[in-house]
Design a protein around this ligand. Structure first.
Ligand SMILES: *Cc1c(COP(=O)(O)O)cnc(C)c1O
Length: 371
């Protein structure tokens, strides 16, 4: 193999090792310890939010958010048809029904113009997903949510540091949720977080996160549970890793934006390639630079991916549209755009560690395969 270029890899250095080492040595290896609160405060500050609640992963953050909002059986939650399956699964866990809406052809995000058509008496919330880091049209979504009195939950699991109209993703809606999985823009290994400005929601989510254990003042009230909660806690060691990663987040995002710029420059003459485009007045973190391949090239996205693999370049097919997969294929129709994008799309190597020559090499190979 000519190259060894991963699609995504974490950048973990000396600072990360030092803080994790400190957390381990402190003896506070479970979910109590100084790094938990520090990571929650620092990440909430970074996004421009008041409260942060760390979780065991991003999927649990979504489930906790929906539970905190009181969403359950009989309710409907609007989600885009093109997203990672955890967005839909979190809705399903609550007993509510995810209702998939078509995406915009250019941004690949939920199309606000189509949302109203899917609103029923049962609709309680809209979940927005800035796909691959690309911000959603939150202005238009906010207007619809207010008109129908719906909650907005941001699944910002891919959008650390992305900006819409001067505000960071993760600062929109009633609750926003993040993932810190190993391939996300910053990582804690496994991990997630809910952010909100609402004290009441913060307290509800904290309650459910810690086994539903009622906060106590008197000794005799310890281990009193008013609700069936979960254990969705992050460990202090993970939070230590997160604190170190957060100190370096601008470096990671700058590198990802540079990657995207170089791909656009090097592939600009390839007419069969279309990039995922940002919405007006927004800036993606370019977590994953993603493109679609036009049928006119005679090469499918899957063929391109497997040819690149042969020379040691790792890529990723896009998420399958939810409506294509067994758990969500029932009562889904008229979702042709998301299905088409998901079948013709591919995500290119997007690590913050990539060099300019890595990207030039990827582009040279893409042009060779498509020629
Ligand atoms: C990664 C991701 C999640 C889930 O996060 P985990 O930490 O893997 O549970 C949810 N939604 C989206 C859009 C994601 O990309």
């Amino acid at each position: 193999m000519k190259y060894n270029i991963p699609v995504l890899e974490p950048d973990i250095g000396a600072r990360e090792m030092a803080l994790v080492d400190d957390a381990v040595r402190s003896g506070w290896v479970s979910s109590t310890g100084e790094y938990i609160g520090r990571f929650e405060r620092n990440f909430a500050d970074y996004c421009g939010r008041t409260f942060g609640i760390s979780t065991s992963n991003g999927t649990h953050a979504l489930h906790l958010a929906l539970t905190g909002l009181g969403i359950g059986p009989g309710d409907e939650v609007i989600i885009p048809n093109l997203t990672f399956i955890a967005s839909a699964n979190a809705v399903t866990y609550t007993g509510a029904k995810p209702v998939m809406v078509e995406v915009d052809k250019f941004t690949w995000n939920i199309d606000p113009v189509l949302i109203e058509k899917y609103i029923t008496k049962r609709t309680r919330a809209i979940m927005t997903v800035p796909l691959y880091g690309n911000p959603c049209d939150m202005g238009a979504i906010d207007i619809i949510a207010k008109k129908y009195n719906l909650f907005v939950v941001e699944d910002a699991a891919e959008a650390h540091g992305s900006v819409y109209q001067g505000r960071k993703c993760g600062s929109f809606g009633h609750i926003s949720c993040f993932s810190f999985y190993g391939n996300k823009t910053i990582t804690t290994g496994e991990g997630g977080m809910c952010l909100t400005d609402d004290k009441n929601l913060y307290e509800k989510m904290s309650l459910f996160k810690h086994h539903g254990m009622t906060p106590y003042k008197e000794y005799s009230k310890k281990y009193w549970h008013e609700v069936v909660g979960f254990n969705y806690r992050m460990t202090n060691m993970q939070a230590a890793l997160g604190c170190a990663q957060l100190e370096r987040i601008e470096q990671f995002i700058t590198a990802k934006r540079r990657n995207n710029m170089l791909y656009r420059k090097n592939l600009r003459d390839v007419s069969s390639i279309t990039f995922q485009e940002p919405a007006p007045d927004s800036e993606s973190n370019y977590w994953l630079t993603s493109i679609t391949i036009d049928a006119s090239s005679g090469v499918s996205a899957d063929e391109l991916g497997s040819e690149l693999k042969k020379v040691g370049i790792d890529t990723r097919n896009l998420f399958f549209a939810l409506s294509l997969m067994p758990p969500y294929s029932k009562n889904a129709s008229g979702l042709d755009i998301s299905v088409d994008i998901s079948q013709r799309g591919i995500s290119l190597p997007s690590s913050s560690k990539l060099t300019e020559s890595d990207i030039r090499n990827v582009c040279t190979e893409i042009k060779r395969i498509l020629a």
